[in-house]
Ligand binder design. Structure first.
Ligand SMILES: NC(=O)c1ccc[n+]([C@@H]2O[C@H](COP(=O)([O-])OP(=O)(O)OC[C@H]3O[C@@H](n4cnc5c(N)ncnc54)[C@H](O)[C@@H]3O)[C@@H](O)[C@H]2O)c1
Length: 312
């Protein structure tokens, strides 16, 4: 199989690239390194893939990619995520909407058996849970809106496509940072004995989905050809319970939690996937145990020097 992975140097993309290499695929990776700045996350397979420094906002960059037919184009490159898009809405629109249009144009020109798009559960907005694919969407940030635009562009492109809507992915490779996800940032916050894990809203919840489970579905995107499908666990975890589990992993007490009001733009309190369509297509949902997944994530952060404290 010949595959192109945009965003293949990032958190989820690096796991996908590794999975494709393991399956024997010829893999071309296109990324502008804006997220990780290095090839660190794909270092172990670097000599088995072809990397191209490409910005999906630039059709000329895409034009320099290896030509010819691709069996799969996985489009993961994105400006991530809600908070960054509030501060840089134009960057978000150019990357997540226009960039998707550019990658679709490349796919149409070269030929592609299946275009796989990683949409976001953010696009549902603040609707009742569990969120199902047929529910009306109410994007509430530029990121949520532009990821939805990417879906629409893929579906209306005329190319065979699979659209997955991912729910709060976590695992090794998720690097802490200002605009990044809650789990690595909570773990990093604990390095400073005087700092607390901030819980933004006592009732807030999410559906935390382990990266290997997500990638197993991406690799089998053929099964969801022509569909829009949630990838989540169907389990609702309160953020406060997540934080408490993390504290336990590090042998710390609940006094390391602090409660604050949600950020003004963060209107989505509860988020959990309806997984009926996922299970209809793929069978019983694949879900790594949350505590196990958090432990693996913490060990990776520690082993790569990103947090000082080892989990117990
Ligand atoms: N992580 C999650 O919880 C989650 C949830 C829902 C959807 N998604 C989607 O999954 C995909 C991967 O997310 P991730 O968590 O791995 O994020 P990430 O930031 O780690 O990876 C995105 C990659 O895209 C690259 N990129 C950004 N702008 C680019 C551009 N203009 N041109 C080329 N490359 C560019 C970055 O350098 C990075 O390597 C994204 O499309 C994201 O919207 C992620």
């Amino acid at each position: 199989m010949r595959a192109l992975v945009t965003g293949g140097v990032g958190f989820i993309g690096s796991h996908l690239v590794r999975g494709l290499v393991t399956a024997g695929a010829d893999v071309v990776v296109a990324d502008n390194l804006s997220s990780t700045h290095t090839l660190e996350l794909i270092a172990d397979v670097r000599d088995r893939i072809e990397f191209h420094h490409v910005d999906v906002r630039c059709p000329e960059d895409l034009g320099r990619l290896p030509r010819g037919h691709y069996d799969r184009i996985f489009h993961l490159a994105a400006s991530f995520a809600n908070e960054l898009s509030i501060e840089h809405p134009v960057l978000d629109a150019r990357t997540n909407a226009d960039g998707t249009a550019n990658v679709l144009a490349f796919a149409a020109a070269e030929g592609c058996d299946l275009f796989v798009y990683t949409g976001s559960s953010s696009s549902y907005g603040n609707i009742d849970v569990p969120m199902a694919e047929g529910d009306p969407t109410k994007p509430h940030t530029p990121y949520a809106r532009d990821k939805m635009r990417g879906e629409e562009l893929a579906i209306t492109s005329g190319l065979p496509s699979t659209v997955f809507r991912l729910f709060n992915v976590y695992g090794p490779g998720d690097i802490p940072g200002r605009y990044r996800n809650a789990i690595p940032n909570m773990m990093r916050a604990l390095d400073d004995p005087s700092s607390r894990i901030r819980i933004l809203g006592r009732e807030a919840s999410r559906d935390f989905t382990y990266v290997d489970d997500v990638v197993s579905y991406l690799l089998d995107a053929e099964r969801a050809r022509g569909e829009i499908v949630n990838i989540g666990t169907g389990n609702e975890t309160k953020i406060v319970d997540l934080a408490t589990t993390i504290l336990t992993l590090f042998g710390l007490d609940a006094d390391r939690l602090t409660f604050e009001e949600p950020r003004t733009w963060d209107l989505v309190s509860r988020r959990v996937a309806n997984i009926q369509r996922l299970e209809a297509l793929y069978g019983p949902v694949r879900q790594t145990d949350l505590t196990e997944g958090l432990l693996t994530t913490a060990r990776w952060l520690h082993d790569t020097g990103r947090i000082k404290h080892a989990p117990s």
